[in-house]
Design a protein around this ligand. Structure first.
Ligand SMILES: [Mn+2]
Length: 233
């Protein structure tokens, strides 16, 4: 049976609208899963039912994580979304408790790191300047930097390489890593770009965007494949 993957909704502040990038949905469907977009709700009972119904969870990109969640004052350019932070904290906790597979992308890696006790660079230009392009212009399916993959990590087993060329579209990144997470990939300028949680059956999170590149890049497709396969068990 195809696994059902709960996808965290995107929120457009200006239009006060829920929305979704097709790449997240299609990447899951391409890998053999059934994606459904969650409502933006912080109602415990609603979220409990939804988490029980789904076989896996995709934590999508989007707004910055509120700096209060890692006890920092926010600098000017940080734009957060309280509704998503509240909802995703509940979903993440319940999904981890039930040991259901989780994939985080972009904001997803940042949010998961913060929820599990880590911190973030609030803005890379200010707090971690480097020559590496982390905020590319479109098209977003073109790789712009490399990441080095840890040889003893499941990402290495998944792609069978110790380097990957990835796209990059983020202005924040993991600063202090959560003690519950282990590094799977690091950029040339030393940023954590992929992590996993050893205690979980499957909890991976990436700073790059396989949802833009899974059609042209087999390694991006492999990440959706391994996640959906884990959700099938
Ligand atoms: Mn990057």
């Amino acid at each position: 049976m195809k696994p059902v993957i709960g996808v965290m909704p995107l929120w457009d502040e200006e239009k006060e609208s829920l929305w979704m990038l097709p790449g997240y949905m299609n990447g899951i469907a391409h890998a053999g899963g059934i994606p459904i977009v969650f409502p933006l709700s912080s109602d415990e009972e609603t979220l409990e039912r939804l988490v029980a119904m789904c076989d896996g969870f995709l934590f999508t990109g989007g707004q910055d994580v509120s700096t209060e969640l890692y006890n920092e004052e926010s600098i000017d350019c940080v734009e957060s979304c309280k509704m998503r932070d509240e909802m995703e904290a509940v979903v993440l906790k319940k999904a981890i408790d039930l040991d259901k597979p989780i994939l985080g992308i972009c904001r997803g890696i940042q949010f998961i790191n913060v929820c599990l006790g880590g911190t973030l660079y609030q803005d890379l230009n200010i707090q971690h300047p480097s020559e590496v392009e982390h905020h590319q212009n479109p098209p977003y399916d073109i790789p712009v930097h490399e990441v080095k993959i840890e040889k003893d990590s499941p990402l290495f087993d998944c792609v069978g390489a110790d380097k990957l060329s990835v796209n990059s579209y983020h202005h924040q990144a993991v600063k202090e890593l959560s003690p519950q997470l282990s590094v799977m990939a690091v950029s040339e300028d030393g940023l954590v770009e992929a992590v996993y949680r050893k205690e979980s059956r499957f909890l991976w999170a990436l700073q790059w965007h396989p949802e833009f590149s899974y059609m042209r890049d087999e390694n991006s497709a492999k990440i959706f494949d391994i996640f959906v396969r884990a959700a099938k068990k």
